[in-house]
Design a protein around this ligand. Structure first.
Ligand SMILES: Cc1cc2nc3c(=O)[nH]c(=O)nc-3n(C[C@H](O)[C@H](O)[C@H](O)COP(=O)(O)OP(=O)(O)OC[C@H]3O[C@@H](n4cnc5c(N)ncnc54)[C@H](O)[C@@H]3O)c2cc1C
Length: 462
């Protein structure tokens, strides 16, 4: 039985990941008295098991590729192999530096940080470590965990989730990656760079199926060239242990064998047994449902991040957390425009986009109202210097604004910042064409694409 606490906080937050801690930091900044409850590590999935560690692995993979490819640039390099302990040391060093910084930030904003597993006990309270934390408002931000399929048991050794893959003590000789979405293709890319023989299995017809089809096809072409194998359009049936690893059978009768099977079929919300339903919070298949202000049906409870059915991205969690804090502090924040959220898949080559795919634009505006333009990175000096290939595709409403930007190529994730301004400020091609882009940069490719869409291509054909 929890004790009654004497303090009533303005905001009690359950879960200290991207969504929860962003709300805590912004709330405290706006003068709210905030309690933040976290059962594991402040920073959540993104910092400890997601964005940051995967990008460190991908960067180590990039260096491995560069060591192999030095001769193409006239530099004598040899690739001697991966020291996996060294990779983990580097990755963990990045995480611990950021972790310390975040802990310092939360402390300096005077957020009451509580370590322990919390449970919602009413519309205005959370119990943790035998103590009751009362809040005028409660924010649910308990995030998500890797999903599996019925009959497919993740053992952490041969059949693994992304959590295990991040800390594997070896570079597997071969791997099957179940799921060709963002997480699957990022691991496939990093492992291939480390020397693993990789096969991706994706039930839908394309890799990164949420992206514009042209980006998926470009990625598939690039992966084929890198020797990453993939099986598209056929669903997983079963996995069995073999002497050396795992055998996967698909519905189309095909079988694949490898040392490890990474299950990357998506992430499910953490909401079971946490008292949400008992407090009357409306849910849909485990996700907490909210309106555009992240309000649940219970007036004193909001929810953000991977726990709600919006894009599972750290920066979406940040934005939703900030939105809730600002709303509670009496500001008048605008809801998140989810189409305007930049999306980056950090494989080699990168896939980056914002706004609508061509198909979504056609559905929204009518097929005859949509214009597209493709600018090949072959015409971009900096991309040539980097020896990367790819494309920028623009989706425009005829005689109107650019409503979609889709990019494939190494480092193109860094270009998504300008792309999101173009989308979110509803820029016309001629307005972007007017802006001078520095030469030689990959950023210039965005400028060139808009010059072409505005009818005055410079380094591309009419
Ligand atoms: C491999 C991988 C790579 C990714 N890469 C990217 C990327 O490059 N870019 C990007 O934007 N996103 C990426 N993501 C997604 C990103 O990590 C998530 O969208 C983000 O972490 C969601 O934030 P959240 O706060 O909703 O949940 P989480 O970060 O999962 O945080 C929830 C927190 O709640 C805590 N918690 C749960 N239950 C309780 C309880 N009962 N009591 C107390 N605490 C509790 C958990 O311990 C956790 O710390 C990646 C994810 C993965 C798995």
């Amino acid at each position: 039985m929890a004790n009654d606490a004497s303090t009533v906080f303005d905001l009690v937050i359950l879960g200290g990941g991207s969504g929860g801690y962003a709300a805590a930091l912004r709330g405290a900044q706006l003068g709210l008295d905030v309690a933040l409850i976290e059962k594991n590590k402040l920073g959540g999935t993104c910092l400890h098991n997601g964005c940051i560690p995967t990008k460190a692995l991908l960067h180590a993979g990039e260096l491995a590729d560069q060591a192999r490819e030095g001769a193409e640039f006239g530099v004598k390099t040899t690739f001697d192999g991966i020291d996996i302990e060294g990779v983990h040391k580097y990755k963990d060093g990045v995480i611990s530096g950021l972790y310390k910084g975040l802990q310092g930030l939360v402390a300096s904003r005077k957020v009451t940080y509580v370590e322990g597993e919390g449970k919602l006990t009413s519309a205005t309270s959370v119990d943790v470590n035998g103590q009751r934390y009362e809040g005028r408002h409660i924010l649910l931000a308990t995030g998500s965990v890797p999903k599996s399929l019925p009959g497919l048991e993740i053992d952490g050794n041969r059949i693994i989730s992304s959590d295990h893959a991040l800390n594997l003590d070896r570079v597997p000789k071969s791997a099957i990656v179940l799921g060709g979405g963002v997480i699957g293709v990022e691991f496939a890319s990093a492992w291939k760079s480390f020397g693993t023989d990789v096969t991706i299995v994706e039930g839908l017809p394309h890799l990164v199926p949420a992206e514009d089809e042209s980006s998926s096809k470009l990625l598939e072409r690039a992966f084929r060239k890198r020797g990453i194998k993939f099986q598209l359009g056929s669903f997983f049936e079963k996995a069995e242990y073999t002497d050396g690893g795992v055998k996967v059978s698909l519905a189309n009768g095909k079988e694949f064998e490898a040392e490890v099977l990474l299950v990357a079929i998506g992430r499910g919300p953490v909401s079971q047994g946490l008292g949400y339903e008992d407090a009357g919070v409306a849910m849909d298949r485990g996700f907490v449902t909210v309106d555009e202000y992240c309000r649940t049906n219970v007036p004193t409870i909001s929810a953000v991040g991977d726990l709600i059915p919006t894009l599972q991205l750290a920066h979406v969690g940040f934005a939703e957390g900030i939105l809730v804090a600002e709303r509670l502090a009496g500001l008048n924040p605008v809801p998140v425009d989810y189409a305007g959220v930049p999306r980056v898949t950090y494989c080699h080559p990168e896939v980056a986009s914002v706004g609508l795919t061509e198909q979504q634009a056609k559905d929204a505006y009518g097929a005859d109202k949509v214009v597209t333009l493709k600018y090949n990175l072959a015409g971009n000096g900096k991309s040539k210097i980097l020896k990367t290939t790819g494309e920028i595709k623009l989706v425009q409403v005829r005689d109107g604004a650019v409503v979609g930007v889709h990019m494939v190529g190494d480092r193109m994730g860094e270009q998504v910042g300008e792309a999101q301004l173009i989308y979110n400020w509803e820029a016309l091609p001629a307005e972007v064409a007017q802006l001078i882009h520095a030469h030689p940069t990959q950023n210039e490719a965005l400028g060139e694409a808009h010059l072409a869409l505005a009818g005055k291509p410079l380094h591309s054909h009419d």
